[in-house]
Design a protein. Structure first.
Length: 367
């Protein structure tokens, strides 16, 4: 009788197009309002976070995936404070020089009324938060952490930042677009600053711990396509990805994920050229995973792709959606999850049905 594969072995084998006993059972998380609704439909009240739900339902990630606890990004954390309250909204200073409006009771993307970066002087202030030498980026108990990961049987990831998404957040897409046009050297300086920080952190980490995957965050697309010109992306951003992924690959990290919503198809060639090979979460209404696999073959790894609208529609739609994705699952190089966080329109009953059917599906259909 064969010994069951470990979680780590399953992940690495699936993304190497090798056979497995089943594909890892990942999900992407839930809106707060979704969990609130489910509390009224049978989910125990003490289950409050994404990790709580994953553990309670026997899922393996994505929120539950272990991440190396180093700080890539702004450090120390900027201190926000509320400037004033307006009915169901708050006006907040973000600690970087920006001001945004957020809703008090509903999960929503903050609406900036003043972005942190409007000039090079603003950038100089933020650049101080991206200094590798600031104490605290690497935990003081680093040797203990290294020892903890030495003989692990579970996957380990490392977050490696955002070369465009952060700039979009700090400048707004209009401000970033104007900067590309008026002063591309400045954009390059900002992207290089982020890439330099990531490389310096990886230089420390990879000598001691080699994760199984690296993870970028780049929300730079919407339903019609990318928010940045693919030509600009490939000219100014892709070479910086290469600096990071070259180092990762040298230590044996072969799975490099990018988290980007929307229609990403025009950005995929740049990501693949830059060494970023796993696309996530593949929003079903905008991205066809079969088209990506036809175009890029085993160069591309896929994660996500289960249409959240099927979970809203009910059991027949859920069955049909899993059937739609079966050939992709059996081919390998693919881990299915709902194509974004589960929205509050999904009933707890429908979600439980989806999880049970998906569990059976993963056991029956795999590479």
């Amino acid at each position: 009788m064969h010994k069951p594969l470990t979680h780590r072995e399953r992940l690495l084998r699936v993304f190497s197009f090798q056979s497995v006993d089943r594909v890892p059972n990942y999900e992407f998380g839930y809106w707060k309002e979704t969990i609130d609704r489910w509390h009224n439909e049978g989910l125990p009240q003490h289950i409050k976070s994404d990790k709580d739900v994953e553990k309670y339902l026997g899922l393996e990630g994505i929120e539950s995936l272990e991440s190396i606890p180093v700080v890539v990004g702004l450090w120390p954390p900027p201190i926000e404070f509320v400037l004033r309250e307006e009915d169901d909204k708050e006006v907040v200073a973000d600690g970087l020089g920006g001001i945004y409006v957020r809703k008090k009771y509903v999960s929503a993307v903050p609406h900036y009324i003043r972005f942190p970066i409007r000039s090079k002087d603003d950038w100089k202030k933020i650049k101080r938060f991206l200094d590798f030498e600031t104490p605290g980026r690497i935990p003081l108990n680093w040797s203990d952490i290294v020892e903890k990961y030495r003989n692990r049987d579970y996957p380990l990831r490392i977050f490696v930042g955002s070369l465009v998404g952060w700039l979009r957040d700090w400048m707004g897409i209009e401000g970033l677009s104007k900067a590309f046009y008026r002063d591309p050297d400045w954009v390059e300086e900002m992207v290089d600053t982020i890439a330099d920080l990531v490389v310096k952190i990886l230089d420390v980490v990879l000598r001691d711990v080699v994760p199984d995957m690296a993870w970028f965050w780049e929300d730079i697309a919407y339903n019609k396509g990318p928010l940045i010109s693919p030509k600009l992306f490939e000219k100014y951003i892709v070479p910086r990805y290469k600096r990071i992924t070259k180092l990762l690959n040298a230590y044996g990290v072969k799975i490099v994920v990018v988290d980007c919503d929307g229609n990403i198809e025009l950005l995929v060639p740049g990501w693949l050229d830059g060494g970023v090979n796993c696309m996530f979460p593949l929003e079903a209404r905008y991205v066809d995973p079969y088209k990506l696999r036809r175009e890029y073959g085993e160069k591309i790894l896929l994660m996500g792709g289960v249409d959240k609208m099927a979970l809203i529609a009910g059991e027949k739609a859920i069955d049909k959606e899993l059937e739609r994705l079966t050939p992709l699952l059996e081919e390998g190089g693919y881990i299915p999850t709902v194509d974004h966080r589960v929205p509050p329109e999904v009933s707890y009953k429908n979600y439980l049905y989806y999880i049970e059917r998906k569990r059976e599906w993963l056991e029956k259909h795999h590479p």
